[in-house]
Design a protein around this ligand. Structure first.
Ligand SMILES: [Mg+2]
Length: 197
């Protein structure tokens, strides 16, 4: 069995520009490649867990999503990084797969023989932390994507979901998870980024 880093896609690995509906719109966030590379080298399987309700909404198809994911892989490969698996939920309507429901994680655990002990979930939205709580895994919050806005303007909601760490980006996540320390020099205000909550 292996431990996994369950990583959100949009706003955590990729720049969040609304619904990504073309490979040309794929941009890696700063720190994403390095963070994934460090975590994978340190023994975590990288399992991307992403809601893609744009499919049910008719904004893009499964095939287009695959092209977009391939473009992400291509950009990661150029930086010496990769992922082990990707699960997506195509539904905007209620589904056991749709985050914060645990369906995608349960499938990943079963199919990839993942041990939740030592695994964690990282993302830029409250649903990612909610998912972590439902699964019983530590949740790490990143300030990329929607994260900064949530953290600056709705911090009580973030803190109520008890993230184990608030990170600047995926690179910071990897340093904290692997070394038990992050970029403590980087802080916005009280509580601060890079501080354990
Ligand atoms: Mg996200």
């Amino acid at each position: 069995m292996v431990k996994a880093a369950f990583v959100d896609r949009d706003g955590t690995i990729l720049d969040n520009m609304g619904y990504i509906n073309h490979p040309e719109r794929v941009r890696l966030l700063p720190g994403a490649s390095r963070g994934l590379r460090l975590l994978r080298e340190a023994g975590w399987k990288i399992v991307v867990i992403t809601n893609q309700g744009g499919i049910e909404r008719g904004y893009y198809t499964h095939d287009i999503l695959h092209l977009i994911n391939l473009r992400m892989l291509e950009l990661l490969w150029k930086d010496g990084a990769t992922i082990d698996a990707l699960y997506y939920c195509p539904f905007v309507s209620e589904s056991e797969l749709k985050k914060p429901n645990v369906g995608m994680i349960e499938r990943a655990v079963r199919e990839l023989d993942i041990d939740l002990e030592g695994s964690f979930i990282v993302g830029d939205q409250l649903i990612d932390l909610e998912l972590a709580n439902r699964v019983g895994c530590p949740g790490v919050f990143v300030l990329t994507g929607f994260g900064l806005g949530f953290y600056e303007y709705m911090r009580d909601k973030v803190e109520a979901l008890k993230p184990v760490y608030v990170a600047r980006d995926l690179s910071d996540v990897a340093e904290w998870v692997i070394n038990g320390e992050g970029s403590h020099h980087f802080s916005l205000k009280k509580g601060g980024v890079g501080q354990k909550l």
